[in-house]
Design a protein around this ligand. Structure first.
Ligand code: ADP
Ligand code: GLC
Length: 481
């Protein structure tokens, strides 16, 4: 039997480029699928940061013309194999050799080009996978393009499609002109409503939702939530049409990169057998940030994009109160100016208790996950969340809001049964969060045995990709049967 072949198409992926959890998924799920017997390849744009760090190691693959709408350009493609997964990189200097990944006026053209170039690459390679698995809006038009623009070739018509929503808040909404200019598609797809979204606009993501054989998202709870007005981002009615093909599959984490016993970025490695060594990381982090070195004070960590989604307006509202306790905070992240400013303020007001590193920093992220006791993630919505998985795997108990993947992955502490892997609250009120925070601190200081039981439980839970990769394989089998 030949191996089932799957082509992942996404805008970011480790070990090459990352701004968020999407990159974690693209860097780890294909690897596990290969391990479970599939042929998996990944297509990414060749961003400037990738080119600077890796270009010398790449193999040249092919060059070809991409012609669609206003796009008339050449694409060069390079590749590299990592852990059995072939990564292809689409080069277009004007579009991708920029400092940032997203947020440009011509994003529709950039990712229109990326998706057409991906289809052209398949022709150039004579590689027509059984399944194309597209991720988020940057790759969402591919099922549509294969079934319209490229349908003149039977090989394209035969390909099955899975489209995964990692975050419904980012949909690739553009002026309707982009239908022609960026995708090369006829205006009739706007007029008949297929591509239309809001007045005068189209949504790339809507095309993925309508044209894929299966639509997935990254937790079961989020799969239910996005059918509601509250979480649906105006797409709930479209999703409702695909309700029977909408599946929630929870993310895992890369156990090779995240292993507290071998992680080279930690000051001290530790595991269940030598849990007390975890504290050495705390002492080192306190020293690094000029906080008083005290292994007994509870250390609260945050590693995050600093945005509304992540619930930081709840935090800034009560942070002054939270800091009255015997506590230390270490925060790593960047994002919305108001949140950054608030954190700068608290850093100056409470230098003995509050540390803030503005930016993106992979080694520091590892150190915070390992050094902290409590990991704060009060997200307003959370499709899955990778950070709480890493923190539990590192024996750092998460305090989360009960939404999306946070519900599916964190078991709240129960004082009677002593079970749990973290703490959670339901409301959208900062004082609900404060109440659970007080409860968590009380547990840490007055019921240390319960705390340790939870830490051990969290570290024992399976957050690997094994089970979820199997679910994707069943899905691929179902649609290609
Ligand atoms: P999202 O993708 O919505 O940002 P996730 O929890 O799924 O949230 O994934 C975030 C990922 O990005 C995690 O691996 C987290 O450790 C990492 N991360 C977020 N902010 C930073 C940062 N400032 N520095 C280093 N890593 C970060
Ligand atoms: C998105 C979501 C996050 C999820 C990640 C990977 O960035 O915000 O919840 O974990 O994608 O699927």
């Amino acid at each position: 039997m030949t191996k089932k072949s799957v082509l992942f198409v996404a805008s970011e992926g480790l070990p090459f480029i990352k701004t968020g959890g999407l990159a974690d998924v693209i860097g780890s799920l294909p690897k596990e699928l290969v391990h479970q017997g599939l042929d998996v390849r990944v297509v990414l744009p060749l961003y400037k940061k990738i080119a600077i760090n890796n270009h010398a190691d790449f193999d040249y693959v092919s060059s070809f013309d991409v012609r669609a709408g206003d796009i008339q350009s050449m694409a060069n493609v390079y590749s590299q194999v990592v852990d059995g997964v072939t990564f292809y990189f689409i080069e277009h200097r004007d579009f991708f050799e920029r400092d940032e990944l997203y947020g440009y006026d011509d994003d529709a053209m950039r990712f229109g080009f990326f998706q057409h170039a991906t289809c052209r690459l398949l022709e150039a390679l004579h590689f027509f996978p059984d399944v194309i698995h597209s991720h988020d809006w940057h790759a969402a038009a591919i099922p549509f393009l294969c079934r319209t623009f490229y349908s003149y070739r039977e090989e394209f018509r035969r390909i099955k499609h899975v489209f995964t929503i990692h975050n419904l808040a980012f949909q690739g909404i553009f002026h309707k002109q982009a239908l022609w200019s960026a995708l090369g598609m006829n205006y009739s797809y706007y007029l008949d409503g297929i591509a239309r979204f809001h007045d005068d606009c189209i949504s790339f993501m809507k095309l993925g939702i309508l044209y894929a054989d299966k639509v997935t998202t990254v937790s079961e709870t989020y799969a239910r939530e996005i059918l509601t007005e509250e979480f649906g981002e105006n797409m709930q009615h479209v999703l409702e049409l695909r309700r029977h093909d909408l599946v929630g599959i929870v993310n895992g984490i890369d156990y090779d990169s995240w292993d507290s016993q071998t992680d080279k970025l930690l000051v001290a490695n530790y595991g269940l057998a030598n849990l007390s060594d975890k504290k050495k990381n705390k002492l080192a982090l306190q020293a690094q940030f000029g906080l008083p070195q005290d292994e007994n004070v509870i250390l609260v960590g945050i590693v995050s994009r600093l945005t509304w989604q992540k619930g930081f307006y709840l935090l800034t509202e009560v942070l002054g109160h939270l800091l009255q306790a015997q506590v230390q905070f270490v925060i790593l992240g960047n994002g919305e100016t108001d949140i950054e400013n608030a954190f700068h303020h608290f850093k100056h007001a409470y230098p003995e208790k509050f540390a803030f590193y503005r930016g993106y920093n992979e080694p520091l992220a590892h150190q915070i996950y390992a050094a902290s006791d409590l990991f704060l993630m009060p997200s307003m919505f959370e499709p899955c969340g990778i950070s709480q998985l890493i923190s539990m795997h590192y024996g750092t108990l998460p305090l989360v809001r009960e939404t999306g993947g946070l519900v599916d992955t964190v078991t709240p502490y129960h004082i009677e049964t002593k079970e749990g892997t973290g703490f959670s609250f339901g409301g959208k009120n900062a004082y609900d969060m404060k109440q659970v925070y007080d409860f968590a601190l009380e547990t840490y200081y007055t019921r240390p045995a319960d705390w340790e039981t939870m830490v051990k439980e969290a570290m024992t839970r399976d957050f690997s990709w094994q089970a979820s990769a199997q679910k994707y394989i069943w899905l691929y089998e179902e649609i290609t049967a």
